[in-house]
Design a protein around this ligand. Structure first.
Ligand SMILES: Nc1ncnc2c1ncn2[C@@H]1O[C@H](COP(=O)(O)OP(=O)(O)OP(=O)(O)O)[C@@H](O)[C@H]1O
Ligand SMILES: [Mg+2]
Length: 175
């Protein structure tokens, strides 16, 4: 059997503030294989977002190891982490994290603009095709919620995510 895509061993995360120490993750052991579909569920405050942020290389654990596709994540520098986030990881955030001043097209296009090797023509083709697939070519502004959802999903897919994507679903943070 091939190695897991995601392998967590004794992962802990402690948030320190002036007054309190919050043990958000207290020893997570997890393996996820390529192609697996996994949902992480639990009550509010149990550490779901903290875990997803670490899995998506947005945050680092306090203790434990995280092997991503055989690579020890703790050994990656900031630019290697950014590269993997841009090429291999898709995010659909709980509150979508779309940029209000940009159109849907520009929001979907944004992650691709960081890829220096991708030509403008190819970028445009990919964005138009992705938006067309979800029937989302010219949404009004401000974005209504179903459009936000489709836009965030399309932004994630359009990046050509080859390995995995994280969907931060649930109640919206701003509601
Ligand atoms: N940046 C932070 N600084 C301090 N404490 C934090 C921080 N982020 C999260 N926490 C705390 O860590 C714990 C886990 O939070 P987390 O947001 O991961 O929970 P969650 O399961 O995603 O909750 P929800 O279902 O409400 O989204 C909570 O007690 C939270 O208050
Ligand atoms: Mg959360």
């Amino acid at each position: 059997m091939s190695d897991p895509l995601i392998h967590l061993h004794g992962l802990k995360k402690v948030f320190l503030t002036d007054e309190i120490e919050t043990h958000a993750l207290a020893g997570i052991y997890l393996e996820i294989s390529q192609g697996e579909y996994v949902a992480i569920a639990g009550p509010s405050g149990c550490g779901k977002s903290t875990l997803l942020s670490i899995l998506g290389l947005l945050d680092s654990p306090t203790e434990g190891t995280y092997l991503l596709n055989g690579k020890q994540v703790e050994e990656l520098n900031a630019s290697e982490r950014a590269h993997i986030r841009n090429r291999e990881i898709g995010f659909i955030f709980q509150s979508f994290n779309l940029i209000g001043d940009l159109t849907v097209y520009e929001n979907v296009e944004l992650p691709l603009t960081y890829r220096r090797e991708m030509q403008r023509v190819e970028r445009k083709k990919r964005v138009v095709e992705s938006l067309h697939r979800v029937g989302n070519e010219s949404p009004p502004t401000p974005l209504p919620q179903p459009t936000e959802w489709r836009s965030a999903t399309t932004r994630c897919r359009c990046s050509g995510i080859s390995r995995f994507s994280f969907h931060f679903v649930g109640r919206r943070a701003d509601r």
